[in-house]
Design a protein. Structure first.
Lengths: 245, 43
């Protein structure tokens, strides 16, 4: 957490932001100009280089929510709750992006924008779970109670992540089976695998930057709310005088 | 939309949504800072 504290200072955050931009740009060049088109799907397969990293980073984001939620319930330290909230918000963004990019890929390949296929359905459920998590954080309850409820959802909801990943193995699915994270190793051509892994690395840096920025936004909003609720100086003086009797 | 159109749409959407989220977070930070500054100006 000390490292995270350093990263939320402005200079580190700026460096991370520029690193994310550079990494995403490099990934786009590799994906669009260097990697060859797929033998069967042609150029539309290039959507893999954004769709798959978005999905994996959504998994990572919710894994962070899972760990931070457990840490919060054990220690009651608000820094873990803040981290869970930040990572959940970024995770929802990446999950929504995964679904939309998958839809853009599915239309030309499967002939449909959407189907109630196991992978797509479980991913939609994942999105709903964490949208629900974010909704809980807006309930008009005490911060501690909200944090506790959110932590429980953050822990239980993570069950869907392995279900999403294994859905294409457990059930008949239009969606292709895993080609990288599978027993027996990746089945992608080396240059495609390199482009994909660079994409994953770029999205990981982007995730780190977004969570860092979101943490800072959360801290500043909490402080502004706390100060807004504190009594004004004149009122503080009156209260103090009354207390003195 | 030909297949390259789907690819262009996907990459554009990715860029726009990531940049849009960053812009939104910066706006939230700015608003929080303004609220704090407004508070300080009363004191």
């Amino acid at each position: 957490m000390r490292t995270l504290g350093k990263l939320t200072a402005r200079p580190g955050e700026r460096i991370l932001g520029w690193a994310a931009l550079a990494a995403l740009a490099a990934s786009a060049v590799l994906s669009l100009a260097v990697a060859p088109p797929d033998a069967e799907q042609g150029n539309v397969q290039r959507l893999m280089y954004v769709h798959v990293p978005a999905a994996w980073l959504a998994y990572l984001a919710f894994a962070v929510v899972f760990v931070a939620s457990i840490a919060y319930l054990r220690t009651k330290r608000t820094r873990w709750d803040r981290l869970a909230a930040a990572s959940a918000e970024v995770g929802v963004l990446f999950t929504a992006l995964t679904i939309v990019l998958g839809s853009l890929w599915g239309k030309p390949v499967w002939g449909t924008w959407w189907t109630w296929d196991p992978r797509l359905t479980t991913t939609a459920v994942l999105l709903l779970i964490y949208v629900g998590y974010l909704a809980i954080r807006r309930l008009p309850e005490s911060p501690a109670r909200r944090a506790r409820w959110a932590a429980v959802v953050g822990i239980v909801g993570f069950v869907d992540v392995p279900i999403v990943h294994l859905s294409v193995v457990w059930w008949r699915s239009l969606h292709q089976e895993p080609t990288v994270l599978r027993l027996g190793g990746p089945t992608l051509a080396p240059v495609m695998l390199t482009a994909l892994l660079v994409g994953v690395a770029a999205f990981t840096v982007a995730y780190a930057y977004l969570v860092t920025l979101r943490l800072r936004a959360g801290r500043m909003e909490e402080r502004a709310t706390r100060e807004a609720l504190a009594p004004e100086p004149a009122e503080r003086g009156r209260v103090a005088e009354e207390a003195r009797g | 939309m030909d297949n390259l159109g789907f690819v262009a749409a996907g990459y554009t959407l990715t860029g726009v949504s990531l940049l849009g989220y960053v812009a939104w977070l910066h706006a939230r930070i700015r608003r929080a800072r303004e609220r704090a500054a407004e508070r300080e100006s009363w004191e």
